[in-house]
Design a protein around this ligand. Structure first.
Ligand code: C2E
Ligand code: MG
Ligand code: MG
Ligand code: MG
Length: 275
């Protein structure tokens, strides 16, 4: 700290808010560079079909291989990328990379790409999706977009139009983190989802099957089966959670119990084994 005092007096008196603002500016400058320098990578996490005991899909989860800070999770940079408008270019990169990767996998494997609220509000989304499919040559039915209720609540008629166009192209649509947002039933009915992902907060609280988490998971699973939508339980970490979900006929499972998200090279053997 003596160094701070001697060299640069102003820095020493800098209030905490200014330091935060400086960190923010550094992050924004770094993010701009990251795209150009190919510092983003996709990790992939398999989704298991419980009945067949086969991997049926893989979710793409972005990471940032930062030159000095190491491998960063999306929570550390996606919010900043959204507020600076860089999320659109990152989204195009992600779609391209995921679709290209999926062409190397068995044909029954669906790749899921997360679309944040800001991306969903942007008019270029459909064109980005069409472009990624065209450039990679991936069959549209092998791409799934994951959207959240938050992204659609402001303007449900617009959301319905966009999802309908994507469905007409053949793309699948998952409602991500279900149960944490508005969880409106009319939502489920009026929008063309192919899959509902049960948020991991409910899975975490499954316990012995007698508590609230279990009741909610049972209810969502039953609802999905009546609506003909596939339910996927997220964040399954233990044998107990897995067994409970199988007992209540939850068709798909994702979580550390099956596999952590990992680089494409590590996913490949899991897919070949079940093909
Ligand atoms: P999400 O789409 O709900 O993804 C699931 C998150 O749960 C991932 O965190 C995953 O690593 C983590 N997870 C998976 N299984 C387990 C488990 O058994 N236990 C626990 N505790 N966690 C588990 P991650 O990779 O940090 O991603 C966080 C969020 O960032 C994602 O939530 C998604 O909303 C967003 N995200 C990830 N990749 C992208 C992307 O390419 N674009 C955009 N816009 N958002 C992304
Ligand atoms: Mg997701
Ligand atoms: Mg989720
Ligand atoms: Mg989430």
């Amino acid at each position: 700290h003596a160094k701070d005092r001697s060299g640069d007096g102003i820095r020493f008196y800098e209030p905490a808010m200014d330091r935060l603002r400086q960190q923010r500016m550094d992050l924004e400058r770094d993010l701009q560079r990251a795209l150009a320098h190919h510092e983003f990578v996709l990790f992939y996490q398999p989704v298991l079909n419980v009945d067949s005991n086969r991997i049926v899909g893989v979710e793409a989860l972005i990471r940032w291989q930062h030159p000095t800070r190491g491998l960063l999770a999306p929570g550390a940079f996606i919010p900043a990328a959204e507020s600076m408008g860089l999320i659109y270019d990152i989204g195009i990169w992600t779609l391209d990379a995921a679709c290209r990767q999926a062409t190397a996998w068995p044909r029954h494997i669906v790749v899921s790409v997360n679309v944040s609220a800001a991306q969903f509000r942007h008019d270029g989304l459909i064109e980005s999706v069409a472009g990624a499919l065209r450039r990679s040559g991936l069959d549209a039915c092998r791409l799934e977009l994951e959207v959240t209720e938050t992204a659609m609540i402001d303007d449900v008629p617009r959301a319905a139009r966009i999802l309908r166009r994507l469905r007409d192209m053949g793309v699948q649509i998952a409602l991500d983190d279900f149960g944490t947002g508005y969880s409106s039933l009319s939502f489920l009915n009026s929008l063309p989802f192919t899959r509902i992902k049960i948020d991991r907060s409910f899975v975490r609280n499954l316990g012995d099957g007698s508590g609230d988490g279990a009741a909610i998971v049972r209810a969502i699973t039953g609802l999905c089966s009546s609506l003909n939508v596939i339910a996927t339980a997220e964040g399954v970490e233990t044998r107990e959670q897995f067994d409970y979900l199988r007992r209540v006929n939850c068709p798909e499972i994702q979580g550390y119990f099956i596999s952590r998200p990992c680089p494409a090279a590590d996913i490949q053997p899991l897919l070949d084994q079940t093909d």
